[in-house]
Design a binder for this molecule. Sequence first.
Ligand code: ZN
Length: 420
Amino acid sequence: MLAWKSPQVPHVVGSAPILEVFDTSSGTKQATAPADKANAPASMYVCGITPYDATHMGHAATYVTFDLLHRTWLDNGREVTYTQNITDVDDPLLERATATGVDWQDLAEDQIQLFREDMEALNVIPPQHYIGAVESVHWLVPVVERLLAADLAYRVPADADGVEGDIYFDTLGSENGAWKLGQVSNYDRETMLGFFAERGGDPDRTGKRDPLDPLLWRMAREGEPSWEGGELGTGRPGWHIECSVIARRTLPAPFTVQGGGSDLIFPHHEFSAAHAAADDQTALAQAYVHTGMVGLDGEKMSKSLGNLVLVSKLRAAGVEPVAIRAVLLSQHYRTNWSWTGQLLAQAQERVAIWRERIAGAGLAEATALLTRIRSRMADDLNAPAALEAIDQWAATASEGSGEGSELLARGIDSLLGLKL
Ligand code: ZN
């Protein structure tokens, strides 16, 4: 699938420390390159949207976070391979299409286009591989066939709707040297069962070997889209196997960083890793990096509460995308936080002050400020601290010659994606 237009990322002289990020799986900060290979190639998979409600502020915060990670690697001189999927067929999308009386494909297409425009406006570097679930079905079928043949997947009897043969993953039977249950999430079983039921799993489906076993292939139902699935029969894929297969088809194993919102830790990232380990005995990723949830004025943000803040709506109201990005950077990516009008007003004010001050920046102070930004970002992408460093400089720097103005503007664009 076509992604979106890539921004020009300026190259800036100087070098940055190796990026460390907090890895959910180990519970520690991890260097994203060996000390003696600071500029080794890096690879990243970030779970993409299910195309409805795009692009709310939670989406924007996630993709901007991994854009910061991407930019930090590029600044380290690393070659980056980046894959993002689009879950362009899944229950929530089909349910929304039915509820609103729209064709599911039209809904997906419109929302993907809106997402592209928002990402471009927010100055996000696109993935090289932007791949939809629908276009990856033919990659995924042979993987599920292999899991069935190895008895690591199995069919269940007919559901209430009389359709037989849905295929599930044998979670406990699949544990091996590359993965065991809880390896990514570190959750206990009770927590896993709670999230599984809450986040699209079906613990009570009869015929499963374990309540946590996730769906790999759903057989065709009347009124649902379906695809030819070889030995699997006609149907459509489960979500975790989609990401697991797209990641392994497009990136080395294990790739450097698996990213997504913290609501994807379990079951999604746990099982994407499980499927990879069951299929070829390899770890999926080296580090699992998760972003916090974004609310509105202290409440959870959701369509059902009618309080989604959409990037496109703000843009249509004339808000500069650079100010939206500055709000996102003002919150540490791992915290849960709330969007407020006050945060936006503060970001707009900051942007105005930075613009004014950059015009007169001296060369030595511009160079020193870039060093500070680089060290803040290398420490688990501490964008709020990087912005504070800019504030401090803006508040204390004397009116300079302007000789450092271009360097500083380019550096802030390159490292933080803020085009001032
Ligand atoms: Zn995913």
